[in-house]
Design a protein around this ligand. Structure first.
Ligand code: NOJ
Length: 556
């Protein structure tokens, strides 16, 4: 079995097509590594872990928001789009981090949050200090209320985090927030808002940022000039591009303007849309006249099931070919229960559908039904499957350690607004945001010199990077080997199913260059096709591929 021991060369930093098949590692900065010992992850912490990222052989990192924020929504409530949260670092440290990442052959993608600012943003403070009808209020969505003295909200809309979507200000008007009250929605029909975001994109592009992840990309354009419907009416309206709130056709006018900004750089800056839209509407976000790429969350939403995986892969590759983009694959991120945990729960058990899309959330407390071993075994198999697919793979920090969701974060330590606004019904997303364990013991398991801003469970020690280092069977070693091999083997964007080796429990495909992936979704061992075995997610069983396992081969 091949075990790549040397680092393979990172792709050229000048290649404009680098994003098409990139392995992108998502860093949730406040929980990655704490350089100054204040319990919160920071840019210095990221720089200190660049050797780790280089050894992992990722092509790019995507940083979730690191901007000044009161953290009403984990940083997705931005006070200032062109600065760094002082708890996380400074602009000079940001530049230093970009230089270090680039020197290591790693590109950087930053999160842009354009649907809403925080309520501490200078524009929102100006809006509150200005009268109804003022140009300061026109950057957001203010409306008069209904009923006597306008004491009732303009509509009965509920926010995605629960509770009303309108909040009243002291002079009696109401403003719209599709998320927390601390996240007022911008009015994107206002040219001042549009110009300001183009400026922000240039600001970070000028600092060397290679690409952008666009938060709630399907929510910016709204048509609220009409008689506002009720929540029930809103929910019943077709999402065909004419919906007043979501996935409107005219949102793409904004992205056409952004494309001009991106293409003003060499190489052009890239973007990936976070757009929870029907699959057949995803291509618009991914078009080369728009953002260029869009997240595809289909595998993330699927069970560990051969038929579901095959259908999703075929469908999305066809879709990508149609748009001229490449597809993306995601199993875990900062919004969903980690996939090692999802796959260890009975199908669909303990999860609820959140309103915005179909984000899986733990329904509460610890998970008595969790089969942690099976979950991790399947997660490792699924990840190898993913990394063999054409397209970009998005890896969430900690999944390379095989981390499970921390399901028992104490209520008093929880930070996610979903928990507070549901209230308490959805425990929210803190369980996948617990600071990473780098060391087997010591303060905050090596996250920093002191504590961690979310409590880490005792079992983190055995999942730490230190505990897995040098262990040929560890998940960390598996990810390193897989990513190195992927770099070597990746070519073309074709995939061909090997139908002779496929059945209801087994999927086999080749990348047409001799690279073969076989995944056994069942529980009984199966024969492998002829060829040299390059890597497996679990030890072979007398030369056969056991259940819940994947093998990569070079065809004979
Ligand atoms: C999607 C982000 O991924 C999530 O974390 C955030 O809460 C919402 N957008 C609102 O910004």
């Amino acid at each position: 079995m091949t075990s790549p021991s040397v680092l393979s060369a990172p792709p050229s930093t000048r290649d404009p097509e680098w994003w098409r098949q990139a392995a992108v590692y998502q860093i949730y900065p406040r929980s990655f590594a704490d350089g100054n010992g204040d319990g919160v992850g920071d840019l210095a912490g990221i720089v200190s872990r660049i050797p780790y990222l280089r050894e992992l052989q990722v092509d790019a990192v995507w940083l979730s928001p690191f901007y000044p924020s009161a953290l009403a929504d984990g940083g997705y409530d931005v006070d200032d789009y062109r600065n760094v949260d002082p708890r996380i670092g400074t602009l000079a440290e940001f530049d230093d981090m970009v230089a270090h990442l680039h020197a290591a052959g790693i590109r950087i993608v930053v999160d842009i949050v354009p649907n809403h600012s925080s309520d501490r943003h200078e524009w929102f403070r100006a809006a509150l200090a200005s009268p109804a009808g003022s140009s300061e209020r026109a950057r957001y969505i203010f409306r008069d209320g209904k009923g006597e003295n306008g004491a009732l909200p303009p509509t009965d809309w509920t926010s995605i985090f629960g509770g009303p979507a309108w909040t009243r200000v002291p002079d009696g008007q109401w403003y719209l927030h599709n998320f927390a009250p601390e996240q007022p929605d911008f009015d994107w029909s206002n040219e001042e808002v549009r110009a300001d975001f183009r400026e922000t994109l240039r600001f970070w592009s000028d600092r060397g940022v290679d690409g952008f992840r666009i938060d709630v990309a399907h929510g910016l354009a709204k048509d609220l000039g009409r008689e506002l419907p009720s929540q029930a009416e809103l929910d019943a309206l077709p999402k065909d591009g004419s919906h007043p709130m979501w996935d409107r056709d005219d949102v793409h006018e904004i992205y056409a303007e952004w494309r001009e900004v991106f293409d003003g750089y060499d190489p052009p800056r890239t973007a990936v849309a976070e757009a929870w839209v029907e699959a057949d509407r995803r291509a618009r976000y991914a078009s080369s006249e728009g953002l260029g790429q869009a997240f595809n969350f289909d595998l993330l939403e699927a069970d560990f099931d051969a038929d579901q995986f095959r259908e999703i892969v075929s469908f999305n590759l066809a879709l990508a070919a149609e748009s001229g983009s490449s597809t993306t694959w995601v199993f875990s991120n900062h919004d969903v229960v980690r996939h090692a945990t999802r796959y260890g729960l009975p199908p669909r058990a303990g999860r609820t559908e959140a309103k915005q899309g179909k984000q899986w959330l733990l329904s509460g407390g610890t998970e008595p039904q969790l089969d942690a071993g099976l979950g991790l075994r399947r997660a490792r198999a699924a990840t190898l499957f993913e990394l063999a697919l054409p397209g970009s793979a998005y890896i969430y920090q900690g999944e390379e350690l095989g981390l499970h969701e921390v399901a028992d974060v104490p209520d008093q330590a929880r930070q996610d607004p979903t928990f507070f606004r549901s209230p308490g019904v959805d425990v929210g997303r803190d369980g996948c945001r617990v600071p990473l364990p780098w060391a087997s013991g010591g303060p905050s398991f090596g996250f920093g010199a002191n504590g961690a801003h979310l409590p880490q469970p005792a079992w983190f020690g055995e999942y730490s990077a230190e505990a897995q280092e040098g262990d040929p069977g560890s998940t960390l070693t598996l990810y390193r080997n897989a990513l190195a091999l992927r770099r070597e083997l990746q070519s073309g964007e074709e995939l061909e199913w090997l139908d002779d080796a496929c059945n209801g429990e087994v999927l086999a495909f080749t990348r047409t260059n001799g690279w073969v992936n076989v995944t056994n979704f069942g529980s009984t061992p199966v024969d492998l096709p002829a060829g040299e075995v390059l890597l497996t997610s679990a030890p072979l069983d007398g030369g056969r591929l056991p259940g819940a396992a994947t093998a990569w081969l070079r065809a004979a």
